[in-house]
Every structure is written in C-alpha cells, then in structure tokens.
Design a protein around this ligand. Sequence first.
Ligand SMILES: Cc1cc2nc3c(=O)[nH]c(=O)nc-3n(C[C@H](O)[C@H](O)[C@H](O)COP(=O)(O)OP(=O)(O)OC[C@H]3O[C@@H](n4cnc5c(N)ncnc54)[C@H](O)[C@@H]3O)c2cc1C
Length: 397
Amino acid sequence: MKYDFAIIGSGIIGLTLAFKLKQKFNNSKIVIFEKEPNSISHGSGRNSGVLHSGIYYEPGSLRANLCVTGVKELKEYIKSENLWINECGKLLLPTSEYSYSNLENLFNRAKKNGVEINKIKNEEIKRIEPNTNCQFEYGLHVPFTSVADPKEVSKSLIENLKKMHVEINYNSKILKISEQKLFTQNNTIEAGHIFNCAGLFADEIAKNSNLEFRYSFLPFKGKYWKITNKSFKLNHLVYPIPDLRYPFLGLHSSHNRHGDFYIGPSSTPVFGREQYNGILGDNLKESISLIFNFSKKIIFNENKLRTLALEELSLLTKRGFFNQIKKMFDNINPDDLELSDQKVGIRSQIFDPQSKNLVNDFVVINQKNTTHVLNAISPAWSASFAFADHLMNEAAL
Ligand SMILES: Cc1cc2nc3c(=O)[nH]c(=O)nc-3n(C[C@H](O)[C@H](O)[C@H](O)COP(=O)(O)OP(=O)(O)OC[C@H]3O[C@@H](n4cnc5c(N)ncnc54)[C@H](O)[C@@H]3O)c2cc1C
C-alpha cells in the first residue's frame, strides 16, 4: 500500500499535522498509525488543557515561536467548532524569595514574546481571587490564558479528519521505519514522507530507524491532587512563578468543565515510559537503565536534578504537598486533597548528555523523507497547529 504521507501517533501533534497536510494537499493520501485503540491514552488526553500564551519560553526558541502563534489558532479552532473553553486568564504568584526574583525576568520574557502581561498588586490579587495567598508585593496576570478540554479537541479533529478522508488505523503499532517504509508486526507500508509523532516512544522509533542523535530519554510523571471541598473555587488559573532553568511550570491549579479543581502536576522521576501507576515499566532492561541514569544525574546534581528530586520527595506525602501549595492558596485544608489516580501524565522529556541539561525546547530532526518529533513537551498541545506548519516546513513540503 502506498500513501503520500504516513504519521506515527494520533496525539495532538499527529492529528493537527494530518489536518494541515490535508488542507494544503487536498488530494493526498494520508494515514495515521496509532498503537492504542484511541487517540487520548497518553499526553494529549492527560494534560491540564491549558492554552498557554507563550510567556515562559526563551525568546526565539521553537517553544516561544510555535506557542505564541499556535495557541491563537487553537483558540480559534475551539471557538469555531463550539467546543468548551474557559477564557479565565492566569495569575502567577511568587512562592519564595528566589521565585520573586524571577518575576521581572518572566515579565520581560513575556513582553519580548509579544504576550500581554501585567504586574498586579497583592491586594488586587486577593480581591479578584479570594482563595489565593500572595506573600509578596506583586504577582503577574496574563489575560489570554484559557482552559479547554483536550479530549474534546482530539475528538473534534478526528471527526474532521474522517470527513477529509484521512485514514486512522488504531491498534497498529509501528516497529521501525526504513527507507520510506513502515513496519508493523504483519505489514509493510510505503509512504512518500513519514512523520514520527510517537510522543513517549518517538526517540525509540527514531533509534530503531538508525537515526543517530545524542539525546537520552528521561521521563517525569505528573500527578494531580483533586480538591474535594466543593466550596473551594478559583476564577483564574493560578500558577507559581517558576524556576526558568527547568522545563516544568510548578504545581498549579487546573479545572474542567464540570467545575472540578485539581492541583498538580508533580515532576516525579519515573522508570517506565507509560508507567502511570507504580514506578517500574514493562521493559525491565529500560527501567534498570533509567534508574541508573536518574541516580547518576542526582548524585552529580546535573542540571540541579538533585535539588529538584529532593523538592519532589517532599511532595510525596499529603502534608509535604500541602505545605508547598499553601504558599499560593488560602482556605484549603489537607483534608480537602485527594490524590487522583485518573489524572496523571508522563512528559516525553529528553536529556542532552553534552550540555548535561534537560532539553528545554522542542527538537525536530529530519532524516531522508522522514521527520522525527522529539521532546514534544509542554506547551506542544497549545502550539500544535503551528507545530504542524513547522513540521511541513522542515520536511520542505
Ligand atoms: C501532566 C502533563 C500536563 C500537561 N499540560 C499541558 C497543558 O496544560 N498545555 C499544553 O500545551 N501542554 C501540556 N502538556 C504537554 C502536552 O500534553 C504534550 O506536549 C502533547 O500532548 C504532546 O502530544 P504528542 O502528540 O506529541 O504526544 P501523545 O499525545 O503522547 O501522542 C503520541 C501517540 O503516539 C502513539 N504511539 C507511540 N508509539 C507508537 C508506535 N510505535 N506506533 C503507533 N503509535 C504509537 C501513542 O500511543 C500516542 O497516542 C502536558 C503534559 C503532561 C505530561
């Protein structure tokens, strides 16, 4: 069977890419291969659903450029399809002296990225968001940030792709790619151009396809706590001012269309790619290698990973977690928190052994007639429509 374009993975990156390809090449034959029975089993169905404005990312980086443009397109898409969205805006609160010292940096970064941001006094924060606890004189306010339902967005894209005659093959795991061919357990499929958008497995597929790169995989689990006290409500998304050296945004609030509030996600090292419950993965060899890799980085404190691991350790108990979040929230008790076993995601994070840092940007690598998407970390969901354009440019289409 011969296709013009084959995409591995039907997460948000695969779906928006198929959508954009079909818009540009109306007569093309496009197929998506997805190993799961649906498109929302991993990152794109397990995230906070926040439409990030683009304030955090290094000006000029892929994350900054694609997020700022892509999120506007995502918002337009959501509105044009009448999907749920809450344009609530976002408050960023300092949680320590160090965090407060980053306020000005973040403010300037947002301005450089062309995103509207305002400094806001703590009395004003308390007035507009009574359940917060800003301990410093100023916080930040970003009006654009919104929250939507990621599962609903994927469902809508799938319906549109079906109407556009894009084929989505579920329960179809791609084992490797070689010279414009994709291999499943029983089939070989040919395609003019192949896009590897396999999220947590993208680096493995790239390696199995003889792509040489220096990165190693280092997954971090994000767990959320549900707020069970129904009288606790927030009008905005509430985030800390984060440590900009890490790709993580810190524990923040998120809410859904049903009015459920959560706080998370954590950034806990995990020793398996899809290990949502428990610590070790199905592939014991890989789990052992991840344990070794994490331990080495923690011992040598590479990219301050020991500091991060110690902070994360303190969040494992309800008391430790509560002590951290009370730096931002008021009128909440430890009894109001319940660890969610449903809402948990894993970041497809890679590590650069050369700079000894967690890679803090998206990575796209072109091989002959194949494009690999590595490190599709946050805000890839927000950026996805522009990410698709970028992939097409990289593939010279
Ligand atoms: C806890 C958490 C919270 C987040 N919050 C936000 C947020 O609020 N806003 C935001 O913008 N971003 C957020 N993100 C990031 C965002 O979710 C991801 O960047 C995005 O979903 C990545 O999409 P993807 O298509 O690359 O990956 P996925 O959604 O993981 O899709 C990849 C797909 O490839 C399939 N696949 C893998 N291997 C194969 C194979 N061999 N053959 C066939 N199919 C295969 C998988 O089954 C999967 O369905 C968050 C991430 C996490 C973990």
